[in-house]
Write a protein that binds this ligand. Structure first.
Ligand SMILES: N[C@@H](CCC(=O)N[C@@H](CS)C(=O)NCC(=O)O)C(=O)O
Length: 244
């Protein structure tokens, strides 16, 4: 059964590309994966072809055989169960991993995403109007970082000694802390966790999907300018409104 992975070089896309590469690292024989890059700034997420795969019109999405799957958390869990590996324990250890996976998709992802949108992409919104969401999302992001820091304690990964889909879900958002201007420097164990994960070969390969090698750890000026110019329409869902 072939697999088609719809993605873009963004935190939610990296969750799945990292998962695919970490599964390979764990010795899993995956089927052939066709990678389809969705041009988010060009509005390809609103195309009929992609909407048929993911009615929510956001990457990532995964097709496996006849099944269409949306939502990064569901895709991580699906891959973890379909291809058993330490990335998702199948004994009782599974529940802690799933709880922290759901914590990411319900909390850390939306809050970091909204902070990022207001900080970088909503360039057409007045600064005074943005000051409230900026303060709100920054405060909540810092609270979530303290929750993450407490959970990590002095263990290497979120659920203990083993790297799991809980780490895969949170890492791509936290690694972009400079871009979203969320200051993680008050949490040394979180900073060490970011570095520890970046050093993994599977993570390194996963971060390279759909982006030039020299932009993996920092976008070029041109890419930043493109997002600054077109990010506002994506952040405000302008295109979505016009197709409805
Ligand atoms: N809850 C979704 C969020 C997906 C998401 O927000 N994807 C972003 C990229 S990081 C996207 O496709 N944005 C395009 C848009 O909003 O038009 C998930 O976890 O999969």
């Amino acid at each position: 059964m072939t697999m088609t992975f719809w993605t873009a070089a963004t935190p939610n896309g990296w969750k799945i590309s990292i998962m695919l590469e970490e599964l390979k690292e764990a010795g899993v024989a995956l089927p052939e994966v066709e990678v389809r890059t969705v041009n988010l700034l060009g509005g390809e997420q609103f195309s009929d072809e992609f909407t048929a795969v993911n009615p929510n019109q956001k990457i990532p999405a995964l097709q496996h055989g006849d099944m269409n799957l949306m939502e990064s958390g569901a895709i991580l869990q699906y891959l973890g169960e379909a291809y058993p590996s330490p990335l998702l324990p199948l004994d009782d250890g599974k529940w802690d991993v799933l709880a922290w996976l759901f914590w990411q998709v319900a909390n850390l992802g939306p809050v970091f995403g909204n902070k990022l949108s207001n900080t970088r992409y909503m360039t057409d919104v007045d600064d005074v109007l943005k000051s409230h969401p900026l303060e709100l999302f920054n405060k909540e992001a810092l609270r979530l970082l303290s929750v993450l820091s407490n959970k990590l304690g002095d263990t290497p990964y979120i659920c203990g000694d083993t790297f799991t889909i809980a780490d895969i879900a949170s890492y791509p958002w936290v690694r972009g802390w400079k871009w979203s201007k969320i200051d993680i420097t008050g949490f040394p164990n979180v900073m060490a966790w970011v570095d520890r994960i970046r050093a993994r070969p599977g993570v390194d390969r996963g971060l390279k999907y759909g982006i030039a090698e020299d932009e993996v750890d920092g976008w070029s000026k041109e890419t930043k300018a493109q997002y600054a110019k077109l990010g506002a329409s994506m952040a405000s869902n302008q295109k979505l409104r016009t197709v409805q």
